[in-house]
Design a protein around this ligand. Structure first.
Ligand code: AMP
Ligand code: MG
Length: 407
């Protein structure tokens, strides 16, 4: 058996290669950009108006005032997408919309609210015009060609996807989401949407959907999810099938020492070498990890109990999937005071699920371990705010300040 830290180190040393791939822009939400993206055109890329109103020449209007109205002849219109093709001569104006090209010769836009148009629509009268160049968006006002718009390592949000669409980027180089296969083993399992036969001791397979959600959260791409009874040949075939399509393979159950714990031997017959098996931890002691020679694919053999599955996943697998999909992983940590003394005499480190209680005026919350901590009890996670890590042989006094790793 190895320690939690040793297990993490072994996984670190055996990480698969991180790869990148081109994806159509519309398919990149939540993905991580793999290389800096530069603007190849300026924004705006043509001079346009930021207001509905009239485009004019500053020299015609600079002395307009309430006492001295300036009258300009309206000679046409520039609409967004349908520009005015002429150029402006003395004492004339062009109707203009937001986003429309500012015609040649114009340098200033007067908002419609500040204009008085004659009843025949031929003339516009102006009072004061505060500023030369107002309401005109110049080329490169926002950014110039060559500017870095999105840096490598950035997550693609709706706004960033739109920014790339604006400059005509149709494909983005992203970190390739690792493909993941999940194999649930156990003759007792039925699909979660079926009714188990309790006389036969059947239970619903809750781990598969849990992992499906977790993989999505970690940035992986589920390519196979299968339930297989405790049959060595079927399990071997299942792993073989998974290895043909997935970068990372999960098995659930069958990693312990029972006669039906078949994952180790099945995986080893098809070329996986054990990296470790069994960690001094609770829950999740029977965790098994193997690597396929040549391809470097990782197989994580998770123990079957749901809390063990989740805790092993969060500790060891989530960071791997985050790394491969281009993210950096860090726990959200808060500190609190322990509600009562904890003494760990079990020779295994423990991931103890806890609740945080905060009374009015408390600077630090009180950390209360949940009473029911067995590894089949999923409520020990759903009712918890997070977990604390209790080292082997730890003696932590009541009131000690310790970190809580938030779920
Ligand atoms: P095992 O590691 O195969 O001995 O499984 C340990 C416990 O977890 C057993 O009680 C199994 O019935 C249970 N278990 C295994 N796989 C699943 C699963 N996919 N969903 C829910 N419980 C499971
Ligand atoms: Mg089993």
């Amino acid at each position: 058996m190895i320690s939690v830290a040793e297990a993490k180190q072994i996984i670190q040393q055996n990480l698969p290669l991180r790869r990148t791939i081109n994806r159509p822009l519309a398919d990149t939400f939540g993905k991580i950009v793999a290389a800096d993206i530069l603007a190849h055109t300026p924004s705006p890329h043509f001079v346009n108006s930021s207001m509905d109103g009239f485009a004019v020449r500053w020299t015609d209007v600079d002395d307009a005032s309430a006492e001295n109205l300036v009258s300009l002849t309206i000679i046409g219109e520039s609409q967004a997408g349908a520009p005015f093709l002429g150029s402006l001569t003395k004492s004339s104006a062009v109707r203009i919309n937001t986003g429309a090209i500012v015609p040649d010769g114009c340098d200033t836009v007067i908002p419609i609210e500040d204009c008085e148009v004659s009843t025949d629509g031929m003339v516009v009268n102006l009072r004061a015009v505060p500023q030369k160049g107002q309401h005109v968006r110049l080329v490169a006002d926002e950014y110039d060609a060559g500017a870095v718009l999105i840096r490598a390592g950035t997550v693609l949000s709706p706004a960033r996807i739109a920014l790339l669409a604006q400059i005509g980027i149709v494909e983005v180089r992203i970190f390739k989401p690792p493909t993941v296969a999940v194999i649930s083993t156990g003759t007792e399992l039925v699909a979660y949407n079926k009714t188990p036969n309790e006389l036969a001791g059947q239970i619903r397979d809750s781990n598969s959907v849990m992992l499906q959600a977790a993989i999505q959260e970690s940035g992986g791409e589920l390519v196979m999810s299968k339930r297989i009874e405790d049959d060595p040949e079927k399990i071997r075939k299942g792993i073989e099938q998974a290895a043909a399509i997935a970068d990372i393979i999960f098995t659930i159950g069958g990693a312990s020492v029972g006669p039906h714990d078949l994952i180790k031997s099945a995986s080893q017959t098809i070329g996986f070498d054990q990296l470790f098996w069994r960690i001094r931890q609770k829950p999740g002691k029977p965790f098994y990890c193997a690597k396929k020679h040549e391809s470097g694919q990782l197989l994580f053999g998770l123990p079957g109990n749901p809390v063990s599955v989740l805790m092993c996943y969060l500790q060891y697998v989530h960071p791997v999937l985050q790394y491969l999909s281009g993210r950096t992983f860090e726990w959200n940590v808060v500190y609190g005071r322990l509600s009562h003394e904890l003494v760990n005499t079990q020779k295994r480190a423990e991931f103890l699920r806890v609740k945080l209680q905060t009374a009015e005026g408390d600077a630090l919350s009180t950390i209360v371990p949940l009473a029911k901590q067995e590894s089949y009890m999923l409520t020990s996670v759903t009712e918890a705010d997070g977990f604390i890590f209790v080292e082997v042989d730890a003696e932590i006094h009541e009131g000690t300040v310790v970190p809580v790793f938030l779920f």
